[in-house]
Each structure stands twice: as C-alpha cells, then as structure tokens.
Design a binder for this molecule. Structure first.
Ligand code: HEC
Length: 113
C-alpha cells in the first residue's frame, strides 16, 4: 500500500518524502525521554508508588529505554490514538504528536524488533 502511494507520487513528478526528515535524527536522548516524561510518566513510571499512578497498570512503565523498547508497539498505538488516547484526556500538541510519531517509526519500532 505504502509502495503504491509512493509510485503514484513519483509518476506525478513529486519529490519522494523522507519518512525520517528530522536532522539530527530523533532519539531517546534528544526527544523521546523528554516526551514520555512530560506526557506519560506521571502515571507510567517505575519510580512512582502504586497510588500515584492514576490507575495506570502496574508494570506498564516507560521511564527507561529498555522499558520503552519492551512496550514500543503499545506506546505508539495508544500515544497516537484518537479513540482511546494516552494521556487519557489527550494533551500533546499536533506538533508534538507528529514528532512522537516520527521518533517511534524511525528509532523505537525498528530497534524493538
Ligand atoms: C493520567 C495518567 C496517565 C497518563 C499521563 C498516561 N496514561 Fe497510559 N494508562 C493510564 C490508565 C488509567 C491506563 C489503563 C486504562 C487504559 O488502558 O485505557 C493506561 C494504560 C496504558 C497502556 C496499557 C494498555 C494498552 O493499551 O496497551 C499503555 C500502553 C499506555 N497507557 C500508554 C501511555 C502513553 C504512551 C502515554 C503518554 C503519551 C500515557 N499512557 C499517559 C493512565 C495514564
């Protein structure tokens, strides 16, 4: 499907879009940890007590790189969801979401495989 779209785009003479355009590349250090700390880890951190989690499931934590790799697919799905979003009330701006999506697709999901 993605390939089909790409070929159509090329037939139109358009420049192929880089799926990972940010330079330097988005990483755990320069974006991911900050994003997860800001929007997720108030509830999803191994460093907080059970009563501080606002009912986030115990053990579903994203405050380290290994944990982020472990939960990568669910972090991406729920972090981008519009029907059952995370954080539960929404929060990240459109720009933050686009950057989060690129970081997940370009660093986290490939590393998690
Ligand atoms: C205010 C607290 C809170 C914040 C902030 C929060 N969550 Fe959650 N999270 C919950 C609760 C409560 C549940 C259990 C209910 C549910 O799954 O909707 C949950 C469950 C989850 C689950 C496990 C269920 C599944 O669908 O796999 C994932 C993954 C998740 N959250 C990801 C995130 C991500 C990513 C962020 C940040 C972008 C985030 N959460 C921010 C409260 C929070």
């Amino acid at each position: 499907m993605a390939l089909g779209l790409l070929l159509v785009a090329c037939d139109d003479g358009e420049v192929e879009e880089d799926p990972c355009p940010t330079v330097p590349a988005l990483s755990w250090e320069n974006f991911g940890k900050g994003h997860l700390d800001k929007h997720c880890n108030g509830c999803h951190s191994s460093q907080i007590l059970p009563f501080q989690r606002n009912e986030a499931p115990v053990g579903v934590d994203f405050d380290t790189w290994p944990l982020t790799l472990q939960f990568a697919e669910r972090i991406h799905v729920r972090g981008m969801a519009t029907d059952f979003p995370m954080p539960p009330g929404g929060g990240p701006s459109a720009e933050e979401l686009a950057t989060f999506d690129e970081w997940m697709r370009c660093e986290v999901l490939p590393e998690a495989q």
